[in-house]
Design a protein around this ligand. Structure first.
Ligand SMILES: Cc1cc2nc3c(=O)[nH]c(=O)nc-3n(C[C@H](O)[C@H](O)[C@H](O)COP(=O)(O)OP(=O)(O)OC[C@H]3O[C@@H](n4cnc5c(N)ncnc54)[C@H](O)[C@@H]3O)c2cc1C
Length: 406
């Protein structure tokens, strides 16, 4: 499709016909976020078969990773064509056909640092939603000070033997493969003794234990690694050069978090804001129109909507301005702080609109939307921690964006 129709508007005309035939109507309005999106993977449970049909149809056209090369399962679309695709999906209110750390984190660094063999092995499986990935970075003694990690990998013939513990591994219990930071040279300066390793979660010696959270779910796990044997060819980048890969991946992760919680993908929550407010305070006549009956609430909602819109446009502009093929740089830290704080503000507003109805946990007296507000509000507390805390982002901005001395 991309080669035969390089012009974005001709591409749009073809795309509209294709979407008409392939986008299941039952998914219109479904949210593509961490709680409800299509993650794929070997352990996926397809409660709605249309979700699987939507994934397969898009994967066949390369639309799960529109701008990745076709040779690796992507769509090979130009940036303008990919933008048209996003616009048309938004117009039809279709959720992304696939989400997950494969597309947003490990995929981009595989494209940048992977060998041809690694790209051919992993990228098509990611695009087809066959393999779900998790991130083995944090350890009980290494969070903000990530370079202090202790998980050890020792070369034994053609394999590394890995021993150690990871923590806060999101969805490790549902993931098929892990990208993991390990220490391969304990004598080197801490950033210089780290290697970036990929392995199958079914490898003997990998044990996963979910951690229950206040939000009622258990997306986090502890991951224990005991004599896990990983082929040496699964090193991504250079041995003892993993810190470079790790930092590149974090920039992609921060961009994804900013977008997922504060940006374009958060549209569903904004719709919830106005609808909940209408139910809570009612409406009044305003000439030929109606408006929310509470002036102060009107102002707060309008401000949040404007800030969201401005943020979406700013991230879009930054994406458009980035040189083709270049990943996001340290400026992703600014977007991460703003996007996640914006999401927390939006959640606080939702809770204050819902009042006591936002304190529900289960049972009669609360509808599904109100219970969802409680859970999303609690989930949003983690936004300014995951992918590196806001304080750590401020340090990065001071040092690497503004060039201030240590
Ligand atoms: C929702 C969520 C999902 C996550 N998913 C994953 C995952 O999939 N995989 C993974 O590996 N990890 C994951 N994490 C872990 C996350 O990366 C760490 O929690 C984060 O890096 C902070 O580390 P820590 O929890 O050890 O806190 P600490 O590093 O102990 O920090 C504690 C406090 O000290 C402050 N602080 C620390 N150092 C500095 C400094 N130099 N300057 C100023 N302030 C400082 C921090 O800002 C923080 O307020 C997730 C976390 C959350 C909340």
């Amino acid at each position: 499709m991309a080669d035969s129709t390089p012009d974005p508007e001709r591409f749009r005309a073809e795309l509209v016909g294709w979407l008409d035939a392939n986008a299941p109507k039952s998914l219109a309005g479904a949210v593509g976020n961490e709680l409800e999106g299509i993650w794929g993977g070997r352990k996926a449970i397809w409660t709605n078969p249309d979700a699987k049909r939507w994934l397969d149809a898009c994967a066949e056209r390369g639309f799960t990773a529109p701008e990745w090369p076709r040779a690796y399962g992507g769509g090979g679309l130009s940036r303008e064509q990919a933008k048209v695709l996003r616009q048309e999906l938004t117009r039809l209110r279709m959720p992304p056909p696939l989400i997950g750390f494969g597309l947003t984190m490990i995929g981009p660094v595989l494209l940048q640092f992977g060998t041809e063999e690694q790209k051919k092995q992993h990228l098509p499986q990611i695009c087809r939603g066959e393999i779900r990935w998790c991130q083995g970075y944090s350890e009980p003694g290494a969070g903000s000070d990530l370079a202090g990690l202790q998980c050890r990998a020792v070369l034994d013939g053609e394999q590394y033997v890995v021993n150690g513990q990871k923590i806060w591994t999101s969805y490790a219990d549902q993931a098929d493969w892990m990208f993991c930071l390990v220490r391969t040279d304990p004598t080197a300066k801490k950033q210089e003794g780290i290697t970036f390793l990929l392995f199958d979660m079914e490898t003997p010696g990998v044990t996963v234990k979910p951690i229950p959270l206040i939000s009622g779910s258990s997306p986090f796990c502890e991951t224990f690694l005991t004599d896990v044997r990983v082929p040496a060819k699964n090193v991504l980048g250079k041995v003892n050069g993993g810190w470079t890969v790790a930092k590149a991946l974090l920039a992609h992760e921060r961009t994804m978090i900013a977008d997922a919680f504060g940006g374009a993908s958060s549209g569903g929550k904004s719709r919830g804001l106005a609808a909940l407010a209408r139910d809570a305070v009612g409406t009044e006549a305003d000439g030929a129109h109606t408006r929310l009956a509470d002036a102060s609430l009107r102002h707060r909602i309008a401000q949040t909507e404007m800030d969201t819109r401005a943020f979406v446009l700013t991230t879009q502009r930054a994406r458009d301005a980035a040189k083709a093929g270049h990943g996001p740089g340290p400026e992703s830290s600014m977007f991460k702080i703003y996007g996640t704080e914006l999401n927390q503000r939006r959640m606080e507003l939702l809770v204050s609109i819902a009042g006591p109805q936002a304190l529900g946990w289960e049972g009669p007296g609360f509808d599904e939307r109100e219970l969802d507000v409680t859970r999303q509000w609690l989930r949003s507390r983690g936004n300014t921690i995951e992918g590196g805390t806001s304080e750590v982002q401020l340090n990065i901005i001071a040092k690497r964006v503004l060039g201030l001395p240590d």
